[in-house]
Write a protein that binds this ligand. Structure first.
Ligand SMILES: NC(=O)c1ccc[n+]([C@@H]2O[C@H](COP(=O)([O-])OP(=O)(O)OC[C@H]3O[C@@H](n4cnc5c(N)ncnc54)[C@H](OP(=O)(O)O)[C@@H]3O)[C@@H](O)[C@H]2O)c1
Length: 255
């Protein structure tokens, strides 16, 4: 095993499930230490127990990405626990509004912005001020292929994922050379968040339409994150689409 992250520490928001846990697993297998965070202690504890015994060390803290003071606290504790804060993965997100964008309630719009945009920006700001400005580091944002297109039902979510893709370019430009800022735009990944989209016949139909003929797994995103963290010293401000070919697929002929 090539331990590409030996001695490096990563903080993964939403690391207790789904894509965040897949990223944590890949980082730990590569010899990195990982602090996973999410809102529910029992989820964090279970995920950390499942991730024990890999090459790197894992720990967890409860925190809500919409609350920057909790970011301050968890980053301080990450440095105390592992001695550094080299990689921040802004992965946690929410999608409270399903329906047309024109119909969104102000409270749901604010919530989506608070968690999906304000959170990643302010957590990056804290990581920069607390550690990375002086010692270097790397930030990875998790957007979505939805950030490149319109949507019938999740337009608000897509709008803010598009903002995250732009924020990645802006911060990539501002934070070099100390810090590289990159982003991953996943397609459909088999997690709880997207369960209604992939479970059952619907998922099989979508998979059949993809050039890769299968849906994504959390580790597909984990491997891309590991590449950006460990093997991409001259890449910054970019978004890698990891979608099994969803956005380049050829439409099937009309029936
Ligand atoms: N799955 C897909 O198909 C897909 C596609 C494109 C993009 N994405 C993006 O990938 C990322 C992860 O999604 P996922 O599918 O892995 O979701 P998931 O399986 O629902 O996992 C979400 C994780 O985030 C935590 N979380 C949720 N809200 C949080 C908050 N406010 N503060 C801190 N932690 C929070 C959850 O734990 P707690 O409940 O304990 O907080 C959980 O650990 C998101 O940015 C999502 O937009 C997913």
């Amino acid at each position: 095993m090539d331990h590409k992250l030996d001695g490096k520490t990563a903080l993964v928001t939403g690391g207790s499930a789904g894509i965040g846990m897949g990223i944590a697993r890949c980082f730990l297998e590569a010899g990195g230490n990982v602090m996973i965070t999410s809102r529910k202690a029992e989820k964090c504890e279970e995920a950390a127990a499942e991730l024990e015994g890999l090459a790197g060390q894992v720990d967890w803290r409860v925190s809500h990405v919409g609350e920057p003071e909790q970011g301050e606290q968890v980053m301080e504790e990450t440095v105390d626990r592992f001695g550094s804060l080299d990689i921040l993965v802004n992965n946690a997100a929410t999608n409270p509004h399903n329906g047309k964008t024109i119909d969104v309630e102000a409270s749901k719009l604010d919530k989506t912005y608070q968690v999906n945009v304000r959170g990643p920006l302010l957590w990056t700001q804290i990581a920069w001020n607390r550690w990375m400005k002086e010692r270097g580091g790397c930030v990875i944002n998790i957007a979505s292929v939805g950030g490149y297109s319109t949507s019938r039902d999740i337009g608000v979510y897509c709008m803010f994922k598009s903002t995250l893709i732009h924020m990645t370019k802006q911060l990539g430009a501002e934070l070099g050379p100390q810090v590289r800022v990159n982003c991953i735009a996943p397609g459909l990944i088999r997690t709880d968040f997207a369960r209604v989209l992939w479970e059952g016949e619907r998922g099989r139909t979508i998979a059949e339409l993809l050039p890769t003929k299968r849906l994504g797994e959390p580790e597909d995103i984990g491997k891309a994150a590991l590449f950006l963290a460990a093997d991409a010293p001259w890449i910054t401000g970019q978004t890698i689409v990891v979608d099994g070919g969803e956005i380049i697929r050829v439409d099937p002929p009309e029936a």
